[in-house]
Design a protein around this ligand. Structure first.
Ligand code: AKB
Length: 312
């Protein structure tokens, strides 16, 4: 039986991925671990183990004792928070990744998933339909750690044969939890404000378009990548992945179709500079060609689905 350990289980993606894994492989096929337990009842049907992912011995012990074959290693300090403490972001993001890669190298686990991000790109990359291979010169420490992480993954694959797979996620939009510390987080907040009839103040510029993705597409892409035969996974750095793309102004207009009183006030802060350094949209043709990726949610479907889920 495939057994999956999710490290970083209490975060925005962790919660949703655990539910996806429970659905696909069964509740007992998933072990959740994090530095704190989340309060989602559905997630908590699976076993939970407290774990500091930067502690090499603890990671090794937990991975060994839980008997998992696959690790989804999601721990990271995101872009905006990382700028407040670059060294802590680097330490957390790199140390935890290498701890997991070493367990795979030593044969304790068979497969690793690790998320990269559109943050690997910087101001020198083409803005529209940013290609897979282009300048990766990020200006955030989070982006720097993702570029370095991709190289570590590729290195462990080439040198030790580690089966590590990765996706460059856009901003992820889901209704189960609030993200924390990212630059794309404004979009999730906008939905909560609309549902509660509250005013929304956005920290990005009205025209700052960014690549985004509905959480269902994010979970499905991850499970599809992990289920693909190893020989068709040609990229062991990370695959570009695209869902949809919108600016805060466009998001406001889509939400206002359902909540006509919803109005966004724009007060760009330091996060605007981060967003301005990232792509507007992504070319994910390698993922489409190599393992048949196809997103299901455009902006319209994403907005409708989020508002429905939150109002229920
Ligand atoms: C962030 O905004 O930092 C993340 C990301 C795009 O990786 N959501």
């Amino acid at each position: 039986m495939e057994k999956n350990l999710v490290i970083g289980a209490s975060g925005q993606l962790g919660i949703e991925l655990i539910l996806g894994l429970q659905k696909r492989f069964g509740i007992d096929s998933v072990v959740a671990s994090d530095i704190k337990k989340c309060d989602d009842e559905l997630v908590n049907r699976s076993e939970f183990i407290l774990l500091d992912a930067t502690d090499t011995n603890s990671v090794r012990k937990v991975i060994f004792e839980c008997g998992c074959t696959t690790v989804y290693h999601l721990v990271a300090m995101l872009s905006a928070k990382g700028e407040e403490n670059p060294k802590a972001a680097w330490d957390l993001n790199m140390k935890s990744l290498i701890n997991v890669l070493d367990c795979a190298k030593d044969g304790i686990i068979e497969k690793v998933f690790w998320p990269s991000s559109i943050a690997v790109f910087g101001p020198n990359a083409p803005k529209n339909r940013t290609p897979q291979e282009t300048f990766c010169e990020p200006t955030t420490i989070y982006g720097v750690s993702k570029v370095a992480g991709e190289m570590w993954c590729n290195y462990y694959h080439d040198k030790y044969g580690v089966d590590v797979r990765s996706l460059r996620y856009p901003g992820l939009i889901g209704h189960r939890s609030m993200p924390g510390g990212g630059t794309t987080d404004y979009a999730v907040e906008a939905f909560y404000k609309a549902i509660n009839g509250e005013k929304f103040e956005c920290y990005l510029d009205i025209h700052e378009a960014l690549p985004m993705m509905h959480m269902e597409d994010a979970v499905r892409s991850t499970l599809e990548l992990m289920a693909a035969p190893a020989e068709i996974i040609k990229l062991r750095t990370s695959y570009n992945l695209s869902g949809c793309s919108f600016s805060p102004g466009e998001l406001n207009d889509e939400i206002a179709k359902f909540y006509p009183d919803f109005v966004t006030k724009y007060s760009p802060d330091q996060r605007q500079k981060i967003a301005a350094s990232w792509p507007n949209s992504i070319d994910d043709s390698r993922a489409r060609e190599e393992w048949n990726w196809k997103p299901e949610y455009g902006t319209k479907e994403l907005v409708e689905s989020m508002l429905n889920a939150l109002s229920n």
